[in-house]
Write a protein that binds this ligand. Structure first.
Ligand code: SAM
Length: 213
């Protein structure tokens, strides 16, 4: 299902801040070297949204679950101040070796820390106080409830948790797989969670914003 028509998607991209050379090269290399897996990369308009949200929140401390070749992490890091910190969680040395190269090119390597381990282990090892301002969840769908729970308890009041692929190409209306069911359940859980205010946006495959009260 096209949540937004391809023509409107093109128009959205044409009327949002354009990708610079680093992001264009990263998207091109990811598609050239990884083929179908490149579909995991966020779109540029979603990346611009992440940068803007990080700035609007005034975030200094951020976490990302699911880094892949680095597109979203660069967009988040660019929204942080020079002394900001982004913790990236992934399990793939191969994918994130590409990200490391592009972090250097983008000039944000000094504010990014990568931990290669199952994300739930990394998150459980973080300090338990409320120290996070911004989080982006974009990894294995079955893991979302655990990632969200570990993150939301560590968010500062006013912090923002952003979750990707919350429409599953429209299949949340009629879930076809365990991953679809996990996301449909996550949407219901977010709405019922009194710790956050939530809005689900039709950006690409659906982006949920959960602002911590
Ligand atoms: C959809 S991609 C992330 C795309 C990325 N946000 C971007 O903008 O290009 C999902 C990533 O989650 C990682 N991943 C899958 N299972 C994971 C787990 N249990 N813990 C941490 N990362 C995981 C994969 O290696 C992959 O790089």
């Amino acid at each position: 299902m096209d949540i937004v028509s391809p023509a409107i998607n093109d128009y959205l991209l044409a009327h949002s801040e354009p990708a610079d050379e680093v992001l264009r090269d990263l998207a091109e290399e990811t598609h050239r070297e990884l083929g179908g897996a490149a579909g995991m990369q966020i779109s540029h308009d979603e990346g611009e949204l992440l940068t803007m949200l990080v700035r609007l929140v005034g975030a200094r401390t951020a976490v990302e679950v699911g880094t892949f070749t680095g597109y979203s992490s660069i967009c988040i890091a660019r929204g942080l101040p020079d002394d900001g910190h982004l913790l990236c969680c992934d399990v793939s040395e191969d994918y994130t070796s590409v990200a490391r190269r592009y972090w250097e090119r983008a000039g944000v390597a000094d504010r990014i820390e990568l931990r290669l381990a199952p994300a739930v282990e990394t998150l459980r090892g973080l300090p338990t106080e409320r120290h996070l301002d911004f989080a982006f969840i974009d990894a294995d769908k079955a893991g979302y409830p655990a990632y969200y729970e570990e993150i939301v308890t560590r968010m500062r009041p006013g912090g923002l948790v952003v979750l990707d692929n919350m429409l599953r190409d429209g299949r949340v209306l009629d879930p076809q797989s365990d991953d679809d069911r996990a996301i449909a359940a996550m949407n219901a859980a977010l709405l019922a969670d009194e710790r956050v205010d939530v809005v689900l946006l039709p950006v690409r495959d659906g982006v949920s914003l959960a602002r911590v009260r």
